[in-house]
Design a protein around this ligand. Structure first.
Ligand code: ATP
Ligand code: MG
Length: 502
């Protein structure tokens, strides 16, 4: 009863006569017309903007469209047809005769233009569908803002401003869904180089690290930064060595020795000049290092006693240096490479020394020597490069003493988290997804755009022939034998080092 009276009241107030009804219909008609023209105008404007932008982005396409438009204006539809036929012929000839310039000037630019349009066009929908969203107090869905897109040949970077409730972790958890949506290999969430509250989404379409690299020069002048490979963004991979210990973790065949070879190649000129002394400790019977024994100041590859003796030699040497310098690290850094060469202790399988040795006394001594070097060796100029196959074992007890960690191909996410960190895995350091066919590929935590974050890298491949060449051309000026363990076991404070090591 109440509803009927309300309807009558409404009708009585607004529509009284036939003229009123006609006027209402005219109003409706006009507003529909306005809506349609606004929509059509919006689409026409959008199409114009996109066409102009597309023509500027792909100048070849812009030129062709301009010629076609002029021909149509001057000669009508026949002119347009002639231009279309000639254009198709030119395109065919160009793509056949110079595929690389056709690719770089036309197809690659068109692909990038299409990608940019897709990111912008579907950003809100993609975020809402993949769960990169939050809900505000009025139950409205809010998504981060896509502010800038920078496109490269195979890697795009989306600069995204986060919104309340959407953290970098939320996006990282949906990275696979975003990659599927954009048909990309992977999407990684990186800290933004310039802005807080923003993130950089790196969308990778082709893994350039899986392809062969051009040959690189063998030497690096600056010992602080060794060029050992490539980063996924095409930049060189610089490995920090002075002042830090390096842990290289990877399954068998993951490329640990390959990376060590790249490090040796970068160090070769300094080895020849006596600025760097390599101490090689190879529990695999010398399989890895004997081939280039000329480069080593000291090489241990025999039985366990031999290996532990070499470890203790390095640890004692470090202590002697620290004592001689009276803890004055600045003094050392100033004189480094002159009176005090940098000692690089290469241990091919760290666990073979600290865990797998059957003799308990030897094992304890090896552990103590490794710990001493890791905890005190940086300042006196003794750095350890340790390789491990299985990061789940005891090596993790001294993992944090390695300032620079490289995770190559690993078995599971747990191992990656253990070598790098939990957040590194969540930010896309998927070492368990590295294909077996790509040895030397891995992740490091390093500076990228001023922030420390996981970066995908691949070590340069150093062939056996190149290693033999380095051994012949850059031999160590001085070589010493490993001192016998018996004299070391007295632990007389390193007196057996004599004057051979400074
Ligand atoms: N950076 C690289 N680029 C291309 N191929 C590589 C690279 N590094 C290694 N390889 C290839 O992968 C093979 C295995 O690599 P490597 O011997 O370095 O593995 P590893 O991790 O040391 O294994 P293991 O633990 O058994 O010693 C090598 O024989 C080499 O052919
Ligand atoms: Mg190896």
């Amino acid at each position: 009863m109440r509803e009927i009276s309300t309807a009558r009241l409404w009708r009585g107030q607004t529509i009284r006569t036939r003229a009123d009804v006609m006027r209402m219909e005219r109003l409706h008609e006009r507003s529909r017309l306005i809506r349609w023209s606004l929509t059509a105008g919006w689409w026409a404007g959008w199409l114009t903007v996109m066409t102009v932008w597309g023509c500027l982005y792909v100048p070849a396409l812009g030129g062709a469209l301009t010629v076609a438009a002029l021909a149509w204006l001057a000669l009508g539809p026949w002119g347009l047809l002639v231009v279309a036929l000639v254009g198709a012929l030119v395109a065919r000839l160009w793509s056949r005769s110079s595929p690389s310039s056709w690719e770089s000037r036309v197809t690659s630019r068109l692909r990038r233009f299409a990608r940019r349009t897709r990111y912008r066009w579907s950003w809100d929908d993609v975020c809402a569908a993949t769960g990169v969203k939050a809900t505000d107090a009025s139950h409205r869905v809010i998504v981060p803002r896509l502010l800038w897109v920078s496109l490269a040949e195979h890697v795009d970077e989306l600069h995204v401003q986060l919104c309340a409730g959407v953290t970098p972790g939320v996006i990282a958890r949906q990275a696979d869904a975003l990659a599927c949506e954009w048909c990309a290999l992977e999407v990684r969430v990186l800290a933004h180089p310039h802005r807080e509250g923003w993130v950089l989404l790196r969308v990778v379409y082709r893994d350039v690290l899986a392809e062969d690299a051009d040959d690189e020069p063998p030497a690096s002048a600056d010992l602080k930064w060794l060029r050992v490979g490539r980063r996924e963004d095409g930049e060189p991979w610089w490995l920090r060595l002075v002042g830090t210990h390096v842990l290289i973790a990877g399954l068998t065949g993951a490329g640990k020795s390959g990376l060590v070879a790249a490090i040796i190649r970068a160090l070769a000129p300094a080895i020849r000049d006596g600025k760097v002394r390599l101490v090689g400790i190879d529990p695999k019977g010398g399989m890895e290092y004997r081939m280039v024994s000329e480069l080593f100041y000291m090489l241990a590859y025999g039985d366990d006693e031999h290996l532990v003796a070499a470890l203790e030699f390095a640890a004692d040497l470090m202590r002697q240096r620290a004592e001689a310098l009276g803890g004055n690290v600045r003094k050392l850094l100033a004189r480094m490479f002159g009176d005090y060469p940098l000692y690089v202790i290469l241990v091919d399988e760290l666990l073979a020394l600290t865990t797998y040795i059957a003799n308990r006394d030897l094992k304890d001594r090896a552990n103590a020597a490794v710990r001493r070097m890791l905890s005190q060796g940086r300042a006196p100029g003794v750095v350890v490069i340790g390789c491990v196959q299985d990061p789940r074992k005891e090596v993790l007890s001294f993992r944090d003493m390695f300032g620079y960690r490289v995770a190559l191909r690993l078995d599971s996410d747990v191992e990656t988290r253990m070598v790098l960190s939990d957040s590194a895995y969540e930010r896309g350091a998927r070492c368990d997804a590295i294909p077996e066919a790509c040895p030397g590929m891995g992740f490091v935590i390093d500076e990228d755009g001023g922030k420390r974050q996981p970066i995908k890298v691949r070590a340069d491949w150093v062939s056996d022939a190149e290693l033999s060449y380095l051994a012949a051309e850059y031999p160590a000026p001085e070589q010493v034998d490993v001192p016998p363990l018996a004299t070391r076991s007295k632990r007389s404070g390193g007196s057996t080092l004599g004057g051979q090591a400074a």
